[in-house]
Design a protein around this ligand. Structure first.
Ligand SMILES: [Cu+2]
Length: 206
């Protein structure tokens, strides 16, 4: 490890090797200290590497009045220094822009409102653990669940990698749901919650 940059210290130089189980010439108390130092260096380097959270893979399904329907692909959530990234591998969606958010409940089932079944209504509203109470884009100071819009291609696929700079801890996303809306997202409450309207796809983050 000699010359290995800022971690190179007198402790980080290699000690002479033993031969036939006998100490090599020059293996002195000082060299044993150097060897101990080298082991300590290795331990410090291991600690210095920050532990990144494991990736989360979410299977997305069509949201229907009866529950979840056909699979629409997967989204992998990866922890990155610039914020959580969402790697989409989706198909079978209507082309155009769609609102995309983390909703509070790990439930893609329908709810009943005025006698009408609402697809994925059980996912609740936008995930807002900081009680901000307003909708904004991924760069804004709104719900923590506010994500970048998805632009679906003419063939119904969407394969971008989207970044949410305000989400640093992806472990906190477990036990919530990813929702894709029928309409786009104004990244504001005009209209309410970005105007995405109905929920067309849902996946539980486990
Ligand atoms: Cu939403």
């Amino acid at each position: 490890m000699a010359g290995a940059g800022p971690l190179s210290t007198p402790f980080c130089r290699a000690a002479p090797q033993a031969v036939d189980g006998r100490p090599a010439p020059g293996v002195t108390m000082r060299n044993r200290w150097l060897l101990s130092g080298a082991i300590l260096c290795l331990a410090m380097m291991t600690i210095a590497i920050p532990a990144l959270a494991a990736d989360l893979t979410v299977t997305m399904h069509k949201a229907t009045q009866d529950g979840t329907g056909d699979e629409l692909g997967k989204i992998t959530i990866v922890a990155a220094p610039e914020g959580a990234t969402f790697q989409l591998r989706l198909h079978g969606l209507p082309s155009g822009p769609h609102g995309f958010h983390i909703h509070e409940n790990a439930n893609c089932g329908p709810t009943l409102m005025n006698g009408v079944r609402i697809p994925a209504g059980a996912a609740g509203s936008h995930w807002d653990p900081d009680f901000i109470g307003q909708h904004a884009g991924p760069e804004g100071e709104g719900h923590r669940g506010d994500l970048p819009r998805i632009d679906v291609q003419d063939n119904g696929t969407a394969t971008p990698t989207l970044t949410a700079p305000h989400i640093k801890d992806i472990e906190a996303l477990r036990n919530h749901a990813l929702i894709i809306h029928a309409g786009g997202d104004t990244y504001s409450d005009n209209p309410s919650l970005g105007g995405g309207g109905g929920r067309i796809a849902c996946g539980v983050i486990e």
